[in-house]
Design a protein. Structure first.
Lengths: 294, 181
């Protein structure tokens, strides 16, 4: 088994654990939080809802930390500051499903959307839209939730009886699994363009990497052989290779470690210290033409 | 000069992309608002007993295109997100829910912890002042949806599971206003 497959397998185990922890019919984390630690909340994916917690925070209801969704949201945010978007890269089953499924679709059928539309500003714009929606009297929290849809699909698969879906949920499924999923290069189009949870973590990670004691993706430029395998394997196109320039866009990175596991020379690492990409200013989407000359 | 223009170009593209992201979400929110009648909810409370709640009318013609294409016959009659039937009887009641005369298949569901998902029954009483979240999922065959204007009528009956008395009845009418009478 080559490094790519080994890393995919290793990551896959993480996503399955993530499913067991957060989604019904298991919801082990919520069961632990409600049963053992006596927090209030539901034992399905709604009990881990980051979006509802964020929505409550913005609408003035505050973040009730003593609930399952409050504690899980708080943990995701803290981890994002110190270790990056680990939830996205290591546990999020809803993000991983289209990524893994896209690997069985031939490349010629997939669109590299990022060639045409930069994802980071779209995602941050979507986050602002998500946060301002309640002020406009509209709601996008539950109707367009791919997590809830994911759970419904799995539970429907088990009981062979799919739950009632609204038009918004059907549209979400179409975009998340197909348009921005299996027919998108990397399969993580929904994550990189529309996910508000990922957007918040990316902002925190972007701030976090400025601190020397936080964990970040690092490159040993001297030992890199310019094979481009990391760029080819990156599911979110955070690493790209163009005109012999290796570019890293921290706003797209989900800390999945696919590049680390794939690199034949092990020159990409995840560790503390100075941001090794920063000298090239290539971490910012507004000036990402500069890069590491290879 | 070239670099400056390229940089300005990238800033412009990023700004447009940022606006596009916001507009997609706001647009999605307004689209959802236009489909409010696709998943209507009802409000009710148990008070004196044997009450008939306001008739729940579901119009198939209010469905959005994705719903009409994929799942037009699968309808939920529910108390909605965060809603529920309030127990104002002043005592704890163990509720039994059954349906009568509804078209297609009907299944009771609830997110309430007192609801046993296997037996589809409430196994714990609902205390006074508490709310009962409830939904009835109807699965109506596609062939019935465009035959008549009134697709079917029936009711959801809420009973006291201990003594069998009726707490309330929710009349339901499923119509397709696109079909002429």
């Amino acid at each position: 088994m080559n490094n790519v497959k080994k890393t995919l397998l290793k990551r896959g185990i993480g996503y399955i654990i993530g499913f067991g922890l957060l989604y019904a019919p298991f919801g082990l984390l919520q069961i632990f939080l409600t049963g053992v630690l006596k927090f209030t909340g539901r034992e399905d994916i709604h009990g881990a809802c980051f979006r509802m917690a964020l929505g409550n925070l913005i609408s003035g209801k505050g973040l009730n930390i003593l609930t399952t969704s409050g504690i899980i949201t708080f943990a995701i945010l803290i981890v994002a500051v110190f270790f990056g978007p680990q939830f996205c890269g290591k546990l999020c089953f809803a993000g991983a499903l289209p990524e893994y499924a896209s690997r069985i679709v031939p490349d010629k059928l997939k669109i590299d959307w990022q060639k045409y539309i930069p994802s980071a500003p779209v995602r941050y714009g979507a986050l602002i839209g998500f946060l301002t929606a309640p002020a406009l009297g509209i709601s996008v929290v539950c109707a367009y939730c791919n997590y809830s849809l994911m759970e419904k699909i799995v539970l429907g698969g088990i009981s062979w009886n799919l739950a009632t879906l609204g038009s918004a949920a059907i549209l979400t499924g179409f975009v998340w699994l197909f348009v921005l999923g299996i027919f998108t290069k990397g399969g993580r189009g929904y994550c990189t363009y529309l996910c508000p949870i990922g957007a918040v973590q990316s902002i925190l990670h972007r701030v976090g990497i400025l601190l020397p004691f936080t964990y970040k993706l690092k490159l040993n430029k001297e030992s890199c052989i310019s094979c481009g395998l990391c760029a080819k394997e990156c599911p979110t196109r955070a690493i790209t290779l163009k005109d012999n320039l290796l570019k890293y866009n921290v706003h797209n990175c989900i800390a999945c470690s696919q590049c680390i596991g794939t690199c034949p020379k092990k020159v990409i690492t995840f560790g503390r210290g100075k941001d090794s990409w920063a000298g090239d200013k290539n971490e910012q989407y507004v000036n990402d033409t500069e890069g590491v000359a290879l | 000069m070239y670099l400056k223009n390229a940089r300005l170009g990238r800033i412009a593209i990023s700004t447009i992309a940022f606006g596009l992201g916001g507009l997609i979400i706001i647009g999605a929110g307004f689209y959802r608002k236009t489909l409010a009648n696709e998943a209507p909810s009802f409000k009710a409370s148990f008070e004196k007993g044997n009450e008939t709640f306001k008739e729940f009318v579901y119009d198939i013609n209010d469905q959005g295109l994705p719903k009409r294409l994929m799942q037009p016959g699968k309808i939920s009659v529910s108390t909605g997100h965060g809603g529920g039937i309030v127990n104002k009887t002043g005592k704890a009641i163990l509720v039994n829910v059954r349906t009568e005369g509804l078209p297609g298949e009907a299944e009771v569901e609830s997110t309430n912890p007192a609801f046993d998902k296997k037996s589809k029954k409430f196994v714990k009483p609902i205390k006074s002042g508490e709310t009962l979240s409830i939904g009835v999922v109807l699965d109506i065959p596609r062939s019935l949806l465009s035959k008549n204007r009134i697709i079917g009528q029936g009711s959801v009956i809420f009973e006291n599971a201990v003594d069998g008395t009726v707490l309330g009845t929710l009349p339901i009418k499923i119509i397709n206003s696109a079909v002429e009478e």
